[in-house]
Design a protein around this ligand. Structure first.
Ligand code: GLU
Length: 595
């Protein structure tokens, strides 16, 4: 185990280089780069879904960079090797524990709606446009927040110049990375729509088909974009690159023979150039003596995970037992999701009752409907978040949408700094629109807005508006114990992000599993729906029987999330953890592995 040097030089012997537009040739005997789901040791730690990205972060740590520098280096590498999950054309949320000032800082790098986007942008003749058509359109593209997130984080909190931070990713884009089966499958799943955008097809369908595992995919256009960014920072979005982004969204570069409806977007060069990330106070709840910090709105991650934990804290795991803990986790999921859907949106645009949602008093009122033997009938109504509201119900709200894109990474350094960063372009493959000549896909994050208010009145807080950030579920989390870092974790998965982060915390803290055990547990996702989603391995277990006896019912989904995490073992040692199986497995590494 431990941080092996992987990357292009290590694997080129086994792979065949694929130039842009050249048919891929599968390499013989290539089994994919080594991946470690667990690494233990000191000096610094990085865990991501991808070996090249983990190695980029380690490289920066080795050269004296801190956790922030390493996080941005790893994220930029993910923009090359996981371009369908996040990157330059998207957004995300950066959570940073600074050892020097003993504080958690957060950066809201969520995409923003164009100045011309009104409440009814996703309606035609009063009806919402089909969701899949909104996804593959210019209309879903928000002003990218990732470039300024990277620049801001490195400038304010890093200790390495942006040029150096970006170097591993520039090299990766220039030299190429080795395609694995997950990348091939994600490309194949997108092949029809990618084929309708020549710039996307040229980049990701070399020779007209998804690249084979073992072949090398280069992205010289992205290398150029990254080089410009490395020198000028996010200011590149005020120049030609920014204009190209706006043009690709407002006049999508569709193939002449495509018969797909691709609606133009509303993004202008001014929207793109004017983007600014927002530093926000983190959400904070105390949970069984731990301090749990998360992302405040515009993400619903911190408030929903926090509220669910507060609800659970009213019960003693020793008294309710293992099955009781899981039952409570599902009940807390229902109640907190009802509130999320009713109350959370961009705080610049609506009054989010964040303090109430995160208060112990409110959690106690919400918990008053919980019965240890009988599951609540879902969907449950939202609570009454007005001051003094009782056990009484508020507006009804439905369950959250679940995606499968996005990516999370965690880093830590020898000075005690920690980063937990979730980055996204929304769907796997985002809008499908590559900015011609620039080497990156544009997001479709604006489809996270509600297209209209539901019959029950829910969703008003998350309607589109000029400059508004769509509500997210991203839940980058850092937990302190006695004022010191204890856990850092997160995951992709749309609205299941919230339930996966909740489950990881509950499994580690209440059920006493190790972090790798918690990572391997079959995942459940209860988002205020009649049925709880569960991964296949959950079915037929004792836990299923126990929960079914309390009235829970389950529906099978193939896979939930692709998490990574860190546990701080004290005395400068880390346990870095990644998925062993999900989404092809991730790669955890430490700078100085234990022998
Ligand atoms: N766009 C989603 C959100 O912000 C994330 C997408 C995903 O994880 O699949 O909640």
């Amino acid at each position: 185990m431990g941080g092996k040097t992987i990357g292009i030089t290590a694997v080129l012997g086994a792979a065949v280089l694929v130039g842009i537009g050249v048919a891929p040739v599968p390499a013989q005997g290539y089994e994919g780069p080594d991946r470690d789901p667990v690494a233990v040791g000191g000096g610094g730690a990085v865990s991501t879904v991808d070996p090249d990205a983990t190695e980029a972060g380690l490289e920066i740590l080795r050269r004296g960079g801190n956790a922030v520098d390493a996080a941005v280096a790893a994220a930029a590498a993910l923009g090359v090797t996981e371009p369908y999950s996040g990157g330059f054309g998207g957004g995300g949320y950066f959570v940073y524990y600074s050892a020097r000032d003993d504080r958690v800082h957060t950066l809201d790098g969520r995409e923003t709606a164009p100045a011309a986007m009104g409440e009814e942008a996703f309606l035609e003749d009063g009806e919402p446009i089909p969701f899949d058509e909104a996804v593959t359109s210019g209309l879903g593209v928000g002003a990218p927040g990732t470039p300024s997130t990277w620049e801001y984080a490195v400038r304010e909190w890093g200790r390495t110049p942006l040029r150096r931070v970006m170097r591993p990713a520039v090299e990766l884009a220039e030299d190429g990375f080795v395609v694995d089966e997950t990348f091939r499958a994600q490309t194949a799943q997108n092949a029809d729509r990618f084929a309708d955008f020549p710039a996307t097809a040229e980049l990701f369908l070399p020779g007209g088909a998804p690249p084979e595992p073992g072949t090398v995919l280069r992205n010289p256009d992205l290398a150029d974009t990254y080089r410009a960014f490395a020198v000028r920072g996010a200011d590149v979005l005020s120049g030609r690159i920014g204009r190209d982004v706006a043009e690709a969204a407002s006049d999508p570069p569709v193939a002449g023979d495509a018969d797909r409806v691709v609606r133009p977007g509303l993004l202008t060069a001014a929207d793109v150039a004017g983007y600014a990330p927002v530093e926000r106070d983190p959400t904070h709840v105390e949970y069984r003596g731990l301090d749990v910090y998360g992302m405040a709105p515009s993400s619903s991650g911190g408030s929903t995970v926090g509220e669910a934990l507060n609800i659970m804290e009213g019960f003693d795991p020793g008294e309710v037992g293992d099955a009781g803990v899981r039952h409570l986790m599902l009940e807390a999921g229902k109640l907190s999701f009802a509130d999320r859907n009713a109350y959370v949106g961009d705080p610049e645009f609506s009054d989010v009752p964040l303090e109430t949602l995160l208060s112990d008093g409110y959690a106690a009122r919400r918990a008053c409907g919980i019965d240890l033997d009988t599951a609540l009938a879902a969907p449950v109504p939202a609570g009454d978040a007005a001051p003094g509201g009782g056990c009484a119900d508020g507006p009804t709200a439905d369950g959250g949408y679940e995606g499968s894109s996005t990516t999370h990474l965690v880093t830590a350094d020898r000075w005690g700094n920690v980063v937990s960063y979730t980055m996204s372009i929304e769907q796997t493959g985002g809008s499908g629109i590559t900015v011609p000549g620039r080497g990156f896909l544009l997001n479709n994050e604006l489809t996270d807005f509600e297209f209209e208010v539901s019959d029950t009145g829910a969703g008003a807080a998350n309607l589109p508006a000029p400059g508004k950030r769509p509500r997210s579920s991203m839940s980058p989390t850092i937990v302190l114990r006695d004022g010191e870092p204890y856990l850092a974790l997160g995951t992709p998965g749309g609205a299941t992000i919230i339930t996966t982060v909740l489950q990881l915390l509950v499994d580690r803290v209440d059920r006493g599993l190790t972090l790798p055990e918690a990572m391997a547990e079959p995942r459940l996702s209860q988002r205020n729906a009649a049925q709880t989603q569960a991964e296949p391995a959950f079915f037929g277990t004792r836990a299923e029987k126990d929960l079914a006896a309390r009235g829970h019912s389950f529906t099978e989904v193939p896979e939930i999330g692709a998490a990574v995490g860190l546990e701080f073992l004290g005395r400068g040692r880390f346990q870095a953890v990644a998925e062993a199986e999900r989404r092809g497995g991730g790669h955890a590494a430490v700078l100085r592995p234990d022998r």
